[in-house]
Design a protein around this ligand. Sequence first.
Ligand code: ZN
Length: 227
Amino acid sequence: MDVFEAIRESGITARQAAERCGIKINRNGMAVCPFHKDKNPSMKIDSRYYCFGCGEKGDAIDFVARFYGLGKKEAAVQIASDFGIIFEEKRGRKPPPERKRRLSPEQRFERAEKKCFRVLSDYLCCLREWKEKYAPDTAEEEWNPLFCEALEKKDYIEYLLDILLYAPLSERVELVAGYGEEALKIERRLEQLTAGTEGGIGKDNGENGESGESGTGRADITAGSMV
Ligand SMILES: [Zn+2]
């Protein structure tokens, strides 16, 4: 129901709207017309209004629109808000409910798996880069934490990616379910790194994801655990 229908259905009269505007209406249902220089009440107001002086007429919405110099829609919205009338914005057709909620478990897993794979690949790229870039030049030099991380994690991430690529479904499901949260953490961290908060890695890392997917990461990844 749009705002016009809602007001029509609510039965708000021109009289109620006018009173809300501060117009005094006498016992005969007459008021001093606010739309022309009126000395005596020449406006009849009930469900609609009509001025015998200047000929203005209309319903509640017309009154408020004219009184405040608003468009009809704005006036209607104001009345709705003044009188607590609930309505729905009509902006074309309602968008269909998000498709991802209707995905089958298999599709959800596929998405989660894809995402997990993408994140781990990005991460592996970083690890490889860090291993080169932050390798200490001298034996005495203190190791860069990113270099340490590369040493520590690179093989493991390669192993996980191998599973995603080659292992049978059951193992992949297990991995995605078990590693999904961790993958999300990695993704966030890589995003922060590429955003430059810690600096130090190339811009190409972590930017090759499909756009529009990042916001749904949690749902996609954790969907794996529902398989
Ligand atoms: Zn008038």
